[in-house]
Design a protein around this ligand. Structure first.
Ligand SMILES: *Cc1c(COP(=O)(O)O)cnc(C)c1O
Length: 400
């Protein structure tokens, strides 16, 4: 028997060890349990599986390929580096995988409206896309500051038919957008569905989002074994909330021959305040309905966090990652802004693949690790998204 057995995770109350659960007001517990019941009811039905399979294949464009990055490998001079190309999905990232699942579930439950917040607009665009696809109303709350910064995504959401609610309170950024969207949700949680954008939030969301994303690892395992005749020696992914990472990791958790690495954003350095390396520098706490590692002050309030990649700057992290860290099943490391930018430019210029700044953190660590491993070893990196959204920012930053 394998040393690891993760198949029964989480427990029925949504705990991964001590992490997760439902740290929410009592009146919301029933609502979350109804969502869990509906999910358990449909997840194994043929109709739901067929619908999801159909959209994955003909709409998202799955399976996404695994690509051997020969030139990157040659440049690093060590282990072979392979990329799981989630950047090739419709809408350009892995987020569409769970947004379609959540939209189908909301529709099945007869919900009238899907609500969410968005920071840089990536979750908003993926969700607006899924809502257009399954025909359900979509309302996205976004800070005014972010609206001004992320114009193309704002326009995309509007064209896709979503209602965009600008949030001007507080610092008019992500945290305020969360508060605003949540207030709207509380007006009618029976008929509204709050679509959480990563493996975070109260149970059942960390489990559900993981399950919808786990297609990434199932495909990757089969594809990699077809190409190399064995499992990868290392798999790695960037970790913000942790959905693309859980997507890749889940299929490999029980495989003792696979080393698993999560890469957090070290921002301007782990010894500064400007990072979002939650698992590396945080401690257990409670945020957004779950217990997890948290970057927090002495009163348990979340600290301000920072990353060059806006999809990674979150002070909490998925409860399952918190558990996997304590078990030492997954190793969590970090990459700085500087290393991320170097990886972004390198992959663009020697492979012709412009990665999302988020994904470039995982590429940066793979480049470092490849050098230290001998030839004959291999690394599979989850390339969670494409970098079209980041090109103007990078060009300005590097004065191109
Ligand atoms: C949102 C996003 C992330 C971070 O989210 P996770 O839940 O940690 O995966 C990573 N990569 C891309 C391309 C994203 O859009």
């Amino acid at each position: 028997m394998s040393k690891f057995d993760f198949k029964e995770m989480p427990d029925k109350d949504g705990y991964f060890g001590e992490y997760g659960g439902q740290q929410i007001p009592p009146e919301l517990i029933k609502i979350m349990n109804d969502i869990d019941d509906a999910y358990q009811e449909i997840r194994n039905t043929k109709k739901f599986q067929d619908e999801l399979d159909y959209f994955n294949k003909y709409y998202v464009g799955r399976p996404s390929p695994i690509y051997f990055a020969q030139r990157l490998t040659d440049k690093c001079g060590g282990a072979d580096i392979y990329l799981k190309r989630e950047d090739l999905n419709h809408t350009g990232a892995h987020k569409i995988n769970h947004c379609i699942g959540e939209a189908l579930l909301a529709k099945h439950m007869g919900k009238t409206k899907i609500l969410a917040e968005t920071g840089a607009g990536q979750h908003g665009v993926a969700l607006a896309t899924a809502c257009a696809l399954v025909d359900i109303e979509c309302e996205i709350h976004m800070g005014q500051v972010d609206i001004e910064k992320e114009h193309p995504n704002v326009t995309r959401m509007k064209i896709l038919g979503a209602k965009l609610v600008p949030v001007t309170r507080g610092t008019a950024t992500l945290k305020d957008a969360v508060d605003s969207a949540f207030e709207e949700y509380l007006k009618d949680p029976v008929n509204f569905f709050y679509a959480i954008g990563s493996v975070v939030g109260p149970h059942p969301f960390p489990m559900m989002v993981r399950d919808f994303q786990s297609i990434v690892g199932r495909e990757a395992k089969e594809q990699f074994n077809e190409i190399c005749g064995k499992n990868p020696d290392y798999i790695m992914a960037c970790v913000g909330g942790g959905s693309n990472a859980m997507g890749l990791f889940t299929a490999f958790l029980d495989d003792e021959d696979v080393n698993i690495v999560g890469v957090e954003p070290a921002g301007k350095g782990l010894d500064t305040m400007d990072h979002a390396a939650t698992l590396t520098k945080g401690s257990p706490g409670v945020i957004h309905g779950k217990k997890c590692y948290l970057l927090q002050d002495d009163n348990g309030e979340p600290l301000p966090v920072y990353s060059i990649a806006s999809g990674l700057d979150y002070p909490g992290v998925g409860p399952q990652h918190s558990y996997l860290k304590d078990l030492e099943r997954v190793e969590y490391v970090s990459a700085t802004d500087q290393e991320c930018l170097e990886a972004f430019m390198t992959l663009s210029q020697i492979e012709g693949i412009i990665p999302a700044l988020e994904s470039a953190h995982a590429v940066a660590h793979a480049m470092k690790l490849a050098k230290t491993l001998g030839k004959g070893k291999n690394i599979l990196v989850n390339l969670s998204g494409r970098g079209d959204k980041d090109i103007d920012f990078v060009a300005e930053k590097l004065k191109l």
